[in-house]
Design a protein around this ligand. Structure first.
Ligand SMILES: CC(C)(COP(=O)(O)OP(=O)(O)OC[C@H]1O[C@@H](n2cnc3c(N)ncnc32)[C@H](O)[C@@H]1OP(=O)(O)O)[C@@H](O)C(=O)NCCC(=O)NCCS
Length: 484
């Protein structure tokens, strides 16, 4: 089987799938055809050049399984910190409780994808054009394997994702069953749930697949899901905002550019923005609401579609992914009230007005980060390069100066600095994607890369059902009294 995972893979895999679908008598007749296909393809396949993502993973998995076993047996009883009452009632902040291989968040330095910071990814991952932004397919490869792919590997993965991006019509019908006024995230998550009908994991599980092979249908589902969500997301956008005029995919484009194209934006700078956007929003270690939800639901052996749809519902909350919508709406409300040439003093007053009305300043603060989010910084650099004169970008820059001292003055905010969501909206708005209510869907498409990559590893490593212990207030009081 592994021999066929090359450039010709999809043709041959389709032929094999077709052969599998025949009755046994048909198979007898088809066997010569199969031999002919092998004869046609085999000579061009050099075993040493087997270079696709699936083969790389297959090679890595036994090694990582051994590593996990060793950690369990040698380090299993080591302490990773003490659990305090504050942690239990405080949203588990600072409590190490999850294994998440694809990325790690440092409070000061920000995210590292498999050890690489965002600037390092920008430098090392293949791009569509010289000095351009990383191709998200390259990041997907990195998240899954921990290795920086070559441009050829990324191009092959791009093609594989395009080949997997066929969407059954009932997915669109499921979305159409909702009113157009339904929030874009509700429509998107419903589309993802409808995609679940084709889950390879569910089929394999029903047929009794051995648990050592769970990762394989999880891999198939994950790649199909990642390949398909941009078209579902674009459908939601075109349905709500562009009179339902759907734009088909363009098979000459990479993942990010194609997504931009299907949304209706063919500006080359917007394509670059989409590549950057999808890359930097993909993963943020495992404890954030969407990633953790995906991982939790998948731990019940729910397939990637069920798990990812659940993750999207967490992402749709205003303290998490919806913040990008909230930021642009808030910025627009500032402009509406004070005009575009707002002074820092006016901005100062507006921030206090927001806080005094019992609201948070969207786009600032973080559950883990304690410095300016590097995802904010790279978007700021993109803006400085491509849209330095945009009035809303200038307003965002002023907010960078005005908000942190105010949040610090409040005395309770642990991180007064801007996060990823403080910047994304003004970039999208600049290129014409002005519908803020839609922004979290873009975030969702990107998150499929990180969450699904980890789900494949969850199944490859045989990670167990997640089931932490909970306690009551009564229990805490009694326990602490007894302990003195
Ligand atoms: C992200 C966020 C939810 C993290 O929450 P957290 O881990 O509880 O943050 P902190 O420990 O710093 O919160 C302590 C207090 O400061 C407040 N705070 C934190 N960020 C704030 C902000 N941007 N504006 C106003 N108040 C804020 C919290 O609401 C909390 O107040 P409370 O004790 O009255 O409930 C929070 O910073 C926030 O609401 N930010 C705005 C929304 C946002 O941008 N979300 C996207 C995150 S990527």
């Amino acid at each position: 089987m592994v021999f066929f995972r090359t450039g010709q893979q999809s043709n041959l895999a389709n032929s094999v799938r077709w052969l599998q679908m025949q009755t046994s008598s048909d198979l007898v007749l088809s066997f010569p055809l199969f031999l002919l296909l092998c004869f046609v393809f085999f000579p061009v396949i050099d075993i040493d050049s087997i270079d696709d993502l699936h083969s790389h993973l297959k090679e890595m998995i036994p090694e990582q399984q051994e590593r996990l076993k060793k950690v369990k047996s040698e380090l299993g009883k080591s302490q990773l910190g003490n659990i305090t009452v504050d942690m239990v009632i405080g949203g588990m902040r600072g409590m190490t409780g999850l294994l998440w291989e694809t990325s790690l968040l440092d409070p000061d330095e920000g995210i590292r994808f498999r050890g690489l910071s965002i600037p390092e990814c920008q430098k090392l991952l293949p791009t569509a054009k010289p000095d351009g932004e990383p191709l998200p397919e390259g990041l997907l490869w990195l998240l899954l394997t921990g290795k920086v792919p070559t441009k050829e590997q990324v191009d092959a993965l791009s093609k594989e994702l395009r080949d997997r991006a066929t969407i059954p019509d009932y997915v669109y019908k499921a979305i159409d069953a909702l009113p157009e006024t339904a929030h874009p995230m509700t429509q998107f998550a419903s589309g993802v749930m409808a995609l679940q009908v084709e889950s390879e994991f569910q089929k394999a599980y029903e047929k009794g697949i051995h648990k050592s092979r769970y990762w394989e249908p999880t891999y198939e589902d994950s790649l199909n899901l990642i390949a398909r969500v941009p078209a579902v997301a674009a459908y939601v956008y075109r349905r709500i905002y562009k009179d339902g005029q759907v734009i088909p995919k363009d098979d000459s484009l990479d993942y990010g550019a194609n997504f931009s194209h299907m949304l209706g934006f063919d500006d080359l700078k917007m394509q670059e923005l989409m590549r950057l956007y999808v890359t930097i929003h993909s993963d943020h270690e495992g404890g954030n609401v969407s990633a953790h939800t995906g991982h939790l639901v998948a731990s019940a052996l729910s397939d990637p579609y069920l798990s990812f749809a659940a993750a999207l519902n967490g992402l749709a909350g205003p303290l998490h992914g919806l913040a990008n919508q909230e930021v642009l709406l808030w910025i627009k409300s500032v402009v509406e009230e004070c005009g575009e040439n707002i002074t820092k003093e006016q901005l100062n007053d507006y921030v206090w007005k927001t806080l005094n009305s019992g609201k948070v300043v969207p786009g600032f603060g973080h559950g883990v980060l304690r410095k300016t989010d590097p995802r904010y910084i790279c978007q700021r650099e993109f803006a400085l390069k491509h849209l330095p004169d945009d009035p809303l970008f200038q307003l965002v820059s002023k907010l960078f100066e005005v908000v942190p001292p105010i949040l610090t003055e409040l005395g309770k905010v642990k991180n007064p600095w801007p996060n990823v969501d403080a910047h994304s909206g003004v970039l999208l708005n600049h290129f014409g994607l002005t519908e803020a209510r839609y922004y979290t869907v873009l975030f969702g498409v990107s998150r499929s890369l990180g969450i699904c990559s980890q789900l494949i590893w969850d199944r490859a490593l045989g990670l167990p059902l997640e089931r932490p212990k909970s306690v009551t207030l009564d229990w805490i009081e009694k326990h602490c009294k007894k302990a003195g």
